[in-house]
Design a protein around this ligand. Structure first.
Ligand code: MN
Length: 723
C-alpha cells in the first residue's frame, strides 16, 4: 500500500509546483472522517482513497482531482458535508467530490427505463467536468483490483459485468487505454473464471518454457546499442482478456496466436523512431503488409507509433511498436489526460482545447430522444465508437462517430439541413448519402427547398441526432397524412349520403366519440380504422343517416366517356337514341369499374344503369332481354389525363391485432386507393372482418390494389364484393 509521502513524491515528479498543503489537508481530513472503518480486505478504509489518489497521480492529474480522490468517499460514507468540504478545500474540490458521490449512486443494472435515466445522469455529470469521471474510473479500478475480497459471488459478478459494460468502454472512449485494458481483464476473471484460468496456465507454460520474452528484449537492446540508438525496450504480454477476445474474434487456437507479446521500443524523438525502424528491418526479416506509420498519420484519438512485424531471432513472428515517451504517454493514458495536466490555466483548458466537446454534443443530441430504449442504444453507440474527423468546405472541423455518413454530417450541422439534404459531395465528388466518411474528408451538403427525409435513411445513419430527427419528422408526416386521409374519407362519405357536415358539427359531438380529444384525432382514428364514418354520422345526423340508394348519379365526364358500341348484335340499339335525354347511372350493387365487362339496363323513366356483367342482380332480369343494351367503356387512352375515381367494395379479413387496420389503410393509401368508407362486419377473437369502399381508377388499378392489400402481413384475405 502507498503512503501519503510516496504519493506526494509521485506528484512532485511531474508537477513540482503542486499544492502540497492542500493534498496533506485532504489526506488528514479523509483519515479522520473514515476513522476506523475497514475495507472488505480487513485493511483500514483509508488505504482505498490513497490508492485511488495514486492511480490519479499515475495519470498525472492536477491537485484538485487528486484531492478529490482522497476525499471521494467522505460524503457518502462519513458525516462530512459539502459545506465543510467547500470551506476547507474550496469550491472546485467540493464540487468534484459531490459529482463523484452522485455518480456513485447511479445503479446501472436496473430496468431499461431507469437505466436510460441513469445513463443520462452519468452523461450530465460528465459533461460538467470530466474529471468527475476520471476519479470514478480510478475508484472503480481500485475496487476491481480488490474485488476478490468481496465475499458474495453474485455481488462480484454484478460489479464485473457493470465494469465490462459501462466503465471499460468509458475509459476507452476518453483514451485511458491502460485503465480500460486492466478493467476488462479484472472483469473477465470474475465473469468467466474457467476460461481465465485455462489461458493463464497456458501463458505461464509458454513463459517458463523458453523464457523467450527476456531473450528477445536482450537481443533488441544489443542491436540498438550497436546502432548507437538510446532506447528502452519492453516486452509486455497482452492481457488474458485481450488474448481471449482475439481467439474468439479470429477463431484461432492459442498456439496459432502470433502476438501474445508486444515489444515496445521507446526512443528520444521522432527521427530516432524511423532510425530504429530501419535498423530492425535491417536485422530481422519484415513481414510484408504489417508495417503501419501512425506517426505521420495519427489515429483519430491521437495515438502515434510505428508498428511492424518481423520474423524474430528464434523464428517467431513478433510485433514491435516504436514510439517516443510522449507518444507512449498518450497511447496509455489518452490525449485527454495529457491535455488536462499540460494546461495550467483551467480557463484556457476549457476554451482552447475541448477534448470533451463530444460529451456535450452527445447530451444535446440525446435530449430529443424520448423512448428509453432508443436513448440507451443511441447513447451506447455514440459513446463507444471511435471518431472520424471531417471538414466543412470552409475548413471547420467536426468529429463524428466512426461509420458516420454525409447525412449524419448534415444532421450534425442542423436538423433542418439534414431534413432538406438531397445529396452530398465528398472532396468535391458526388457520392451516395450512405457513404461512410473517412478522416480528413471535406463534406459539402446539397439541400433542397423542402424537407424530404426518407424512412430508408434510418437504415444507415449512425448518430443519435440524425436518427432522432428523422424519426421525429416521419412521425409528424405520418400523422399529417393520416389526418388528411381521414378528413377526405369523412367528407366524401358525407357528400355521398347527403349529410351536411363541417368541422364545427364535428366539434359538437367530440364528447360522444371514444378516445378522441380534437377534431384531428377523429380524422386520424378514421384513417386508422379505429372509428367508422357511420359512428360519426349517427351522432351528427341521426335522422338522415344512410338510406342506401340503389344507384348513384354518374359523374358527368365519366358519362361522356362511356360510349356505346356500334350495333353488332341483332337486337342492339343505336347509340343516338340513347345518349340523348337518357341519364346514365353506375349500379351501386356491383360497382363496375373501367376495363371490366359491363352491360346497360334500361329503367323506364330513370335512364340506363351500368352493371358489371358478373352482377347477380342481372339474373332476375333474364326474362326481360329487351332491357339489356350492350355497352363498353370508351375511356381516354392516356393514363396521365385526369382520372376519374370509381368506388368498389372490398371485404377484408385480418388478424384481430392492434395496428392491423392501420396497416391495411396505409397499404391502400400507398397504392393510391382512396378509402371512402369502412364498416366493421364482425370482430372475433382472432379475426376481424371489414367492408371497405375504396375509389380506384380502373380494373388494373383495382387488381394491383388488391395485390398490395393481400401482401399486408396482418391481412388474411381480400375479395371484391359484387352485390
Ligand atoms: Mn471509493
Amino acid at each position: 500500500m502507498i503512503r501519503q509521502y510516496e504519493l506526494i513524491d509521485k506528484i512532485l515528479k511531474y508537477n513540482p509546483r503542486a499544492d502540497i498543503a492542500l493534498l496533506n489537508r485532504a489526506y488528514v481530513f479523509s483519515m479522520k472522517a473514515h476513522g476506523n472503518q475497514k475495507r472488505a480486505s480487513g485493511q483500514p478504509y483509508l488505504v482505498h482513497p490513497l490508492e485511488v489518489a495514486s492511480i490519479l497521480a499515475d495519470l498525472k492529474m492536477d491537485e484538485a482531482t487528486i484531492a478529490t480522490g482522497l476525499l471521494h468517499d467522505t460524503l457518502e460514507d462519513t458525516l462530512a458535508t459539502p459545506e465543510e468540504l467547500k470551506n476547507l478545500f474550496g469550491a472546485e474540490v467540493a464540487e468534484l467530490t459531490d459529482g463523484v458521490t452522485k455518480l456513485s449512486r447511479i445503479e446501472f443494472n436496473s430496468k431499461a427505463a431507469e437505466q436510460a435515466e441513469n445513463f443520462r445522469k452519468l452523461l450530465m455529470a460528465m459533461s460538467k467536468d470530466l474529471r468527475v469521471l476520471l476519479v470514478k474510473l480510478a475508484d472503480r479500478l481500485h475496487n476491481m483490483r480488490t474485488l476478490h475480497h468481496v465475499e458474495k459471488p453474485e455481488k462480484r459478478v454484478r460489479k464485473a459485468q457493470e465494469t465490462m459494460e459501462i466503465f471499460a468502454p468509458l475509459a476507452d472512449r476518453i483514451g485511458l487505454h491502460a485503465v480500460k485494458t486492466e478493467l476488462e481483464d479484472l472483469s473477465f476473471r470474475e465473469i468467466n473464471p474457467e476460461a481465465y484460468k485455462r489461458l493463464e496456465d497456458r501463458l505461464i507454460e509458454v513463459r517458463e518454457q523458453d523464457n523467450l520474452v527476456d531473450r528477445v528484449v536482450e537481443i533488441l537492446e544489443e542491436e540498438l546499442k550497436n546502432a548507437n540508438i538510446e532506447a528502452k525496450v519492453f516486452g509486455r504480454e497482452k492481457t488474458i482478456y485481450s488474448i481471449y477476445r482475439k481467439m474468439h474474434k479470429k477463431n484461432l487456437a492459442f498456439d496459432q496466436l502470433t502476438d501474445i507479446v508486444a515489444y515496445r521500443v521507446l526512443v528520444a524523438d521522432k527521427a530516432a523512431c524511423y532510425e530504429t525502424l530501419g535498423m530492425i528491418h535491417n536485422v530481422f526479416k519484415a513481414i510484408p503488409g504489417r508495417f503501419k506509420d501512425y506517426i505521420s498519420a495519427p489515429k483519430p484519438n491521437g495515438y502515434q507509433s510505428l508498428h511492424t512485424s518481423v520474423i524474430g531471432p528464434f523464428g517467431n513472428r513478433m510485433e514491435i511498436q516504436i514510439r517516443t515517451e510522449d507518444m507512449h504517454n498518450i497511447a496509455e493514458n489518452g490525449v485527454a489526460a495529457h491535455w488536462l495536466y499540460k494546461a495550467v490555466d483551467p480557463k484556457l483548458k476549457r476554451e482552447k482545447m475541448d477534448p470533451y466537446g463530444w460529451v456535450r454534443h452527445l447530451v444535446e443530441s440525446l435530449q430529443e430522444t424520448e423512448d428509453p430504449e432508443e436513448f440507451l442504444e443511441n447513447a451506447k453507440v455514440a459513446l463507444f465508437t471511435e471518431s472520424v474527423f471531417v471538414f466543412t468546405p470552409k475548413g471547420d472541423l467536426f468529429a463524428l462517430p466512426a461509420g458516420a455518413t454525409p447525412l449524419d454530417f448534415a444532421y450534425h450541422i442542423h436538423s433542418d439541413i439534414g431534413n432538406r439534404c438531397q445529396g452530398a459531395k465528398i472532396n468535391g465528388k458526388i457520392v451516395p448519402l450512405k457513404t461512410p466518411l473517412e478522416n480528413g474528408d471535406q463534406i459539402e451538403v446539397i439541400t433542397g427547398k423542402t424537407p424530404k427525409p426518407s424512412p430508408g435513411w434510418r437504415e444507415f445513419v449512425v448518430t443519435a441526432k440524425a436518427r432522432s430527427a428523422i424519426n421525429k419528422y416521419l412521425r409528424a408526416q405520418e400523422e399529417e397524412e393520416q389526418t388528411e386521409l381521414g378528413r377526405d374519407m369523412l367528407e366524401k362519405a358525407a357528400k355521398r349520403d347527403g349529410i351536411t357536415f363541417n368541422e364545427s358539427a364535428l366539434h359538437g359531438v367530440l364528447g360522444k366519440l371514444p378516445n378522441v380529444q380534437h377534431v384531428h384525432d377523429v380524422y386520424k382514428a378514421i384513417a386508422q380504422g379505429r372509428l367508422f364514418v357511420r359512428q360519426i354520422f349517427d351522432q351528427i345526423a341521426p335522422h338522415t343517416a344512410a338510406a342506401a340508394a340503389y344507384s348513384q348519379p354518374m359523374p358527368a365526364d365519366a358519362a361522356a366517356n362511356l360510349g356505346f358500341t356500334k350495333p353488332t348484335e341483332e337486337n342492339a340499339i343505336g347509340i343516338e337514341g340513347l345518349t340523348h335525354g337518357m341519364s346514365l347511372h353506375l349500379a351501386r350493387c356491383c360497382h363496375p369499374v373501367p376495363g371490366e365487362d359491363i352491360v346497360g339496363i334500361i329503367h323506364t323513366g330513370r335512364g340506363v344503369t351500368i352493371h358489371n356483367k358478373a352482377c347477380h342482380n342481372l339474373e332476375a332480369l333474364s326474362d326481360q332481354p329487351d332491357r339489356f343494351i350492350p355497352v363498353r367503356w370508351n375511356l381516354p387512352k392516356k393514363v396521365s389525363e385526369k382520372q376519374q375515381a370509381y368506388p368498389v367494395r372490398l371485404k377484408v379479413s385480418m388478424h384481430n391485432k392492434p395496428g392491423a387496420l392501420a396497416g391495411f389503410t396505409t397499404a391502400v393509401f400507398n397504392a393510391g386507393g382512396n378509402i371512402i368508407d369502412l364498416h366493421s362486419e364482425g370482430k372475433y377473437s382472432d379475426v376481424f372482418i371489414i367492408r371497405c369502399d375504396v375509389e380506384v381508377h380502373d380494373v388494373q388499378h383495382l387488381q394491383s390494389l388488391m395485390a398490395v392489400i393481400a401482401a399486408v402481413k396482418t391481412v388474411n384475405h381480400v375479395e371484391r364484393v359484387v352485390n
